[in-house]
Design a protein around this ligand. Structure first.
Ligand code: SF4
Length: 914
């Protein structure tokens, strides 16, 4: 039977405003949700983003010919905003004129994509035919439509794993030369990389000159040169620090690390670094590399397993699409790299994460793909690089337990420096929970159920060691026996039923019972997570904890013995232990050390439960729940001041460190920033520098504090959001402190706004990852986006798409046990505990405000819905920003006037008045 031309396929579109169906070549008509669902159940329809459409129609089983899947097959590793508009743009088609025009676009897009496969110059042709043969067998809906169009290649296509290039072993990096950067040189470099035609920016020049201090020679061991630089938005600090960094790297031959918190800044850095470095050196190597944690990258061995039957059903189709991507990706980064974020949501995110190396099961040189492995490639590339772009967590983990001491960062620029504290807080935390302990069990013993994948335990991974070295073999057997004490599959269910098995499950059951017994938060009914202090335990609880501690020690000891055996093997290895074999043992030793440390931290946590609290730490018990469904339980430990381990592990071995941000200081006060840099812990006095934003905030922005929306009145809150979005005609970023309120507000207003042509997207509501939501928001000036904390920090949307930020209330810190402990510790500092809270709130307000004005041309309003906004928090906003307290109606008038260009933007003389 001949394949029907794609334009005759029916197409369906649904938004909050309604549903539209185009049948064959006929016209498009609006249909009810019921009719849309019937049509979709009847015959495969052309659709865009099935999970989103399913949510809009309230029909979770919806499936069809999803154009995003087709796009991922035809253009792997190519960016597209997954909306009708975005698709039209990516394919060079006429953008749809409203919702009713979308089905027409879907037909044209299907046509365009299918025709691409027939073109000679299709750049991503290699591998498509072979992959399609498998997809036909899997009955992928698009397979039959593609079949007649992709020509069978004349010679057999190479298998993905033989097509990927091998990485080259890089020589050990020499020590950097000691150099002094003089100011004229730094400024000359800055002028060079900004371009001679670039506007003169005195702030940027001053910033650059000050940042250069960190690149001078260290005067005493363990005493790095530390610069804290407060740099207002618009200073141009990225090129400001890249100038001395690139000069130092040129002169010294060393590597500079720039660490960021958000992926948006990593992307920006990758682009801006091109001004200072070429893409490749004459020898073909790259001077600039981006590095992420290993859990971000595709593990080729996992992919091979998935392609060979490890994945079934829809997940197997995902594996095929990921294999297409793997052949074209820039660096194999699956999380935030060039694998579309939406691919995981089309097929369930778990499928994507299962293809990374999250569990540390890498077998290194024992892996057949070792020489092509993306993770190994990225680690090697960074050794000889001039600039490594990393993130805070990676820099800390690398400093704490990096495999190669010589490759640890010594010159580091922490951009988005206000996030270092939180990143250190999570990096140096310990969590003895059900989820963590079962992970460890699987790492030691392997999975319980017969698994089709390659997941294997320690015994299988080190089988050759066990057969060669008797003591090593005994240590592996003892570790496997001891790991039986850890929780196993079904542990949570057993806890709920009161039938825990083994000492660790007994402990978790006691933790859970204690939390329920003590909880007074009122959160039990609301379904939130619960927590209680790790204090005041009776004898039986302490005995259970000690039994669990003993079981952990039973496991730690054979792991230590095994580590010693592996070390001996490395020193005096058998003949069969060749280079790759040694690399594998080295890898195993590295991951053993990490587990031994983990077990030690857990034991220390349990050890102190019966006795006095350790003043360095905050310990508590927590039950993690989502909408009343429990998913983890256990004990947690954080450093009271995580900058202590940070200073020891990251700062002390470093030679030069710059920490910079637009919101490092609290107002004009440096004290908190200095304390939070960690430098005082190693007796270093940081060099402080301040650079004010060149933006004219008096003209560009206005803060409106709306005083007549009653707190806790969800109907008024929803109405206020709807009116604000309508007044500004979209372009609103709405920030919430509670997911529940966000969902209710979205549910009440999304349909109404959509009918007015103002689409409203929301984190925790739309089945779309946060990065893609921001892409969608950026792409459509009429769209608005609601979200929580992650958006307050991660959104970089310059220009017209973001013109109004709304905060539903003052962002008070959540009164958690950890927060209470740190607040108490702050009573000894200037201003006491309330100053501690105020500083947190001002930092959050400043960050949120920072989303609004990203360039000299940006204009916009920042609205806080708060009847009693304390005046002492107003210093969060940049000097000169007009601030008004007013009613919602007055605020709407100002926003409408601004939208129509009539706003009187004179500075408000009433600024800072209560
Ligand atoms: S070397 Fe390790 S991470 Fe890389 S592909 Fe092999 S098993 Fe996966």
């Amino acid at each position: 039977m001949a394949t029907p031309p794609p334009t005759t396929l029916p197409a369906l579109h649904a938004s909050h405003a309604g549903s539209w169906l185009r049948e064959g070549v006929g016209g498009t008509r609006a249909v009810s949700k019921g009719e849309a669902v019937m049509a979709a159940a009847d015959t495969p329809l052309l659709i865009l983003n099935a999970p989103l459409l399913a949510t809009r129609l309230g029909y979770p089983d919806l499936s069809g010919l999803d154009l995003l899947e087709l796009y991922a097959f035809i253009h792997p590793a190519r960016f597209v905003v997954p909306t009708p508009r975005g698709l039209a743009r990516a394919l060079d088609l006429v953008e749809p004129n409203g919702d009713g025009d979308v089905p027409r676009l879907l037909q044209e897009a299907a046509n365009a994509l299918l025709q691409t496969c027939e073109r000679e110059d299709w750049p991503e042709r290699e591998g498509a035919w072979t992959s399609l043969q498998t997809l036909v067998r899997m009955r992928w809906p698009w397979a039959t439509l593609l079949s007649g169009r992709i020509a069978r290649p004349e010679t057999a296509e190479r298998w993905l794993f033989s097509r990927l290039p091998e990485w080259e072993e890089s020589p050990e990096a020499a020590q950097p030369r000691q150099v002094m950067l003089d100011q004229p040189q730094v400024l000359e470099r800055l002028a060079h990389i900004t371009g001679s035609t670039a506007e003169q920016r005195p702030g940027q020049r001053a910033f650059s000159a000050e940042a250069a201090y960190a690149f001078g020679p260290r005067e005493a061991s363990g005493q790095p040169r530390v610069v804290l630089a407060q740099a207002g938005t618009g200073i141009g600090k990225t090129l400001g620090y890249l100038a001395p960094a690139s000069l130092w790297s040129d002169l010294s031959g060393g590597t500079v690390w720039v660490s960021t918190f958000t992926k948006a800044l990593q992307r920006q850095l990758r682009q801006e670094s091109r001004r200072a470095w070429p893409d490749r050196r004459p020898d073909g190597t790259r001077p600039v590399v981006v590095r992420k944690g290993r859990e971000n990258y595709l593990c080729l061995l996992n992919l091979e397993d998935a392609l060979q039957g490890g994945f079934a059903g829809r997940a197997a189709i995902l594996a095929q699409l990921v294999a297409r991507w793997a052949a074209y990706t820039r660096d194999g980064d699956m999380i935030g790299g060039d694998l579309p974020g939406w691919l995981g949501t089309l097929f369930r995110q778990r499928g994507v994460t299962a293809l990374t190396d999250r569990r540390g099961e890498c077998v290194y040189a024992g892996c057949p793909h070792y020489r092509k492995c993306f993770i190994e490639r990225s680690a090697r590339a960074s050794v000889g690089a001039d600039l490594v772009i990393g993130n805070h967590a990676l820099v800390m983990v690398n400093a704490a337990r990096g495999r190669d001491v010589a490759a640890r960062p010594t010159r580091i620029v922490f951009d988005e420096g206000h996030h270092i504290f939180d990143a250190a807080d999570s990096t140096f935390a310990a969590a003895l929970t059900g989820a963590e302990t079962i992970e460890l069990r699987r790492w030691v013993i392997g999975p319980e159920k017969a698994s089709r994948g390659r997941r294997r335990g320690l015994a299988a991974r080190l089988a050759d060691v066990a057969s060669y070295d008797e003591a090593g073999g005994k240590a592996i057997a003892a570790a496997c026996a001891a790991a039986e004490a850890l929780p196993s599959d079904g542990w949570l269910q057993r806890l709920v039923e009161g039938a825990p098995s083994g000492p660790l499950e007994e402990l978790l059951a006691s933790v859970r019972a204690t939390i329920y017994a003590r909880d007074e938060s009122g959160g039990q009914e609301a379904g939130y997570g619960l927590e209680t202090e790790a204090a005041g335990f009776e004898g039986p609880f302490v005995e259970t904890a000690q039994a669990a501690r003993a079981a952990l020690a039973e496991l730690r000891l054979p792991l230590i013995r095994l580590g010693v055996r592996l070390e001996a093997l490395m020193e005096d290895g058998p003949d069969w232990l060749d280079g790759p074999g040694r690399a594998r043992i080295e890898g195993a030793r590295h991951s053993l050390t990490w587990r031994v440390d983990l077990l030690g931290a857990w034991e220390a946590l349990l050890d102190r439960l019966g006795g006095p609290a350790d003043p360095e730490f905050v310990d508590w018990l927590a039950l993690d729940r989502s909408e009343a469904r429990e998913y983890d339980v256990g004990l947690h430990r954080r450093w009271l001041d995580p900058m202590k381990p940070f200073a020891k592990v990251v700062l002390e071995p470093a030679h030069g460190v710059v920490m910079t941000s637009a919101t490092l200081r609290d107002g004009d006060d440096w004290e908190r920033a200095v304390v939070r840099s960690g430098a005082p812990h190693i007796g270093v006095l940081p060099h402080l520098s301040t650079h004010y934003s060149p933006f004219d905030y008096a003209k560009q922005a206005e803060v409106l504090i709306v005083t007549d929306v009653p707190r806790g009145d969800i109907a008024s809150l929803s109405a206020a959001y709807a009116r604000l979005i309508d007044a500004s005609r979209g372009g609103v970023l709405g920030l919430f402190t509670a997911i529940r309120r966000l969902r209710i507000v979205h549910g009440r207003i999304a349909d109404r706004l959509a009918r007015a042509g103002l689409p409203l997207y929301a984190q925790h509501v739309d089945p779309i990852d946060t990065g893609t939501l921001v892409d969608i928001f950026r792409d459509d000036p009429a769209a608005s986006l609601l979200g929580t904390d992650a958006l307050r920090d991660g959104v970089d949307v310059p220009g017209h798409s973001l013109r109004l930020v709304v905060m539903e209330q003052v962002p008070w810190p959540r009164p958690t046990i950890l927060h209470r402990a740190r607040r108490l510790a702050a009573t000894a500092l200037k201003g006491g505990a309330s100053a501690y809270d105020d500083a947190i709130i001002r930092a959050r307000l400043a960050q949120a405000f920072g989303r609004l004005i990203r360039s000299r041309d940006d204009h916009g309003h920042f609205v806080v819905l708060s009847s009693a906004f304390p005046s002492r928090l107003l210093s969060a906003f940049p000097e000169g920003t007009p601030i008004r307290r007013l009613s919602l109606d007055e605020a709407l008038q100002r926003i409408i006037a601004h939208a129509s260009g009539e706003l009187d933007s004179k500075p408000d003389p009433a600024r800072n008045l209560p």
